[in-house]
Design a protein. Structure first.
Length: 198
């Protein structure tokens, strides 16, 4: 019968200390690491390193798992969503495109479309034309997306239009505009009240 050889291990009560004790047990009794000794200091340093690496890895996995916090895996997110690689853009711009693409996989209601568009243009607005005013009864809705100052950027308009096209029902139509408010020039006209519903 073999006799167990006592082993001195660090007694620090912390997560790195627990890791250091496990490492010492894995190395066996040939490594003695009494508190205050060089061996204990080395094992505690290794325990601290393993603890930090584990924490950072878990946090990185969590961050890269969501498009709104990803930084290192933007290329992979773009490829998975079928987006063109935008390595010449800032990380924030790329994240906005990825977020819009992920949101555009949800329902096609005006509220869902607006939520996806706001990932690209935070101040965007959407105005839907009521079905009773549509000439073709097969159209579910027609809507205008107001982009404000972002309307002048061709790349932004292209991204927003792609989101709208991907999300909207088959008979819906969208128009991108700078603002969605429309009024007739004649203040006495009943068109604003009766046709435009304002």
């Amino acid at each position: 019968m073999t006799r167990a050889v006592p082993q001195d291990v660090p007694s620090e009560d912390s997560r790195p200390g627990r890791i250091a004790r496990r490492l010492a047990r894995m190395l066996g009794p040939a490594v003695q690491a009494p508190d205050g000794g060089v061996g204990a200091a080395e094992l505690l340093a290794l325990g601290d390193t393993v603890d930090a690496a584990t924490t950072q890895t878990v946090e990185a996995i969590r961050d890269e798992s969501f498009p709104d916090t990803a930084t290192e895996m933007l290329d992979e997110w773009e490829a998975a969503l079928g987006l063109p690689s935008q390595t010449n853009q800032s990380a924030a711009t790329r994240r906005a495109s990825i977020l819009a693409a992920t949101r555009s996989t949800f329902g096609g209601s005006p509220a869902d479309i607006l939520a996806a568009i706001r990932a690209i243009v935070p101040g965007a607005t959407l105005q839907e034309t009521p079905a009773v005013l549509l000439p073709d009864p097969r159209e579910v809705f027609r809507y205008c997306v107001g982009l404000g100052a972002a309307y002048d950027d061709v790349e932004t308009r292209t991204k927003v239009s792609a989101v709208c096209t991907r999300m909207q029902p088959a008979y819906a139509q969208h128009r991108l505009v700078a603002t969605v408010t429309f009024k007739t020039d004649d203040p006495l006209s009943l068109t604003d009240r009766d046709v435009l519903g304002s």
